[in-house]
Design a protein around this ligand. Structure first.
Ligand code: SF4
Length: 251
């Protein structure tokens, strides 16, 4: 009991100050990449597809008159899949949900996780969202067991052929209006499993409202995307994200 109290006094508050500020990350952290032109030529910069990026050190490159390096910035989600393809590293998020959806879900969102052929890395980060450090419940976002109690689904994994039916049934069980959030490189591009004949991908009948890249994405990247979708992150929070040491400006 005494040591518990000592730990409490020492740590005081363990919950992340996000979105007020982005906590410092260790140097090995690889967040939103930045592509920098090395020459002043007129050649077009190479593009990077964040939906396919595995954020591995091998992807830090110098080629074609440009350099790609990872920054500590966490904001890189997008409403539209094509927005994840960028020649600067920055991503245009798009608009938050419309007024009606924000009135319905903006302060209380229940999500059902659908694991559709993943390595379990993304689920680990989703689970971390509910711990004392990230505590996404303070924003009214919670994960629930039944799709009938949910306002939307969170898809992780490539959506392999065996999981298509389960995904469709889960989506159908969520009452309208419903959200779809795709987390990680796997649903966006197949991730490290790209090219496998077992990949079916997200069916066209399931429209995705939010794409969160990463392999896996950091919990703050997931939280950032969800809060932007709900219109809960304003310019102040965005400025905080930009204050992360070494981060370039977001869009
Ligand atoms: S995106 Fe990466 S971490 Fe997430 S499920 Fe796929 S392989 Fe695993």
């Amino acid at each position: 009991m005494l040591s518990f109290l000592r730990t409490l006094l020492r740590e005081r508050r363990s919950t992340s100050p996000f979105p007020g500020m982005v906590p410092p990350f260790p140097p090995r952290f690889r967040g939103r990449p930045a592509i920098t032109r090395l020459t002043d030529g007129t050649r077009a910069l190479p593009v990077v597809d964040l939906g396919a990026c595995l954020f591995s050190p091998e992807e830090t490159i110098r080629a074609d008159g440009a350099e790609l390096a990872f920054t500590p910035a966490i904001d890189m989600s997008a409403r539209a899949r094509p927005s994840l393809v960028t020649d600067t590293g920055r991503v245009a998020f798009g608009d938050a949900l419309g007024e009606r959806m924000r009135a319905l879900l903006g302060r209380s969102l229940r999500l059902r996780s659908v694991v559709a052929g993943s390595c379990a890395g993304c689920e680990g980060e989703l689970t971390a969202l509910s711990n004392a450090v990230f505590d996404i419940a303070r924003f009214g976002v919670q994960f629930v067991a039944s799709p009938r109690h949910a306002d939307g689904i969170v898809i992780t994994g490539v959506v392999n052929r065996n999981m298509v039916g389960a995904l469709e049934r889960t989506y159908d069980a969520v009452p309208d209006p419903r959200l779809v959030i795709a987390v990680g490189a796997c649903p966006a591009s197949g991730g490290p499993f790209h090219g496998s004949p077992e990949i079916a991908g997200i069916p066209d009948a399931i429209p995705v409202d939010l794409w969160i890249p990463g392999c896996p994405p950091h919990p703050l990247t997931i939280m950032d995307g969800i809060l932007r979708l709900l219109g809960r992150l304003g310019t102040g929070a965005r400025a905080a994200a930009d204050r992360a040491p070494g981060a370039g400006p977001s869009t």
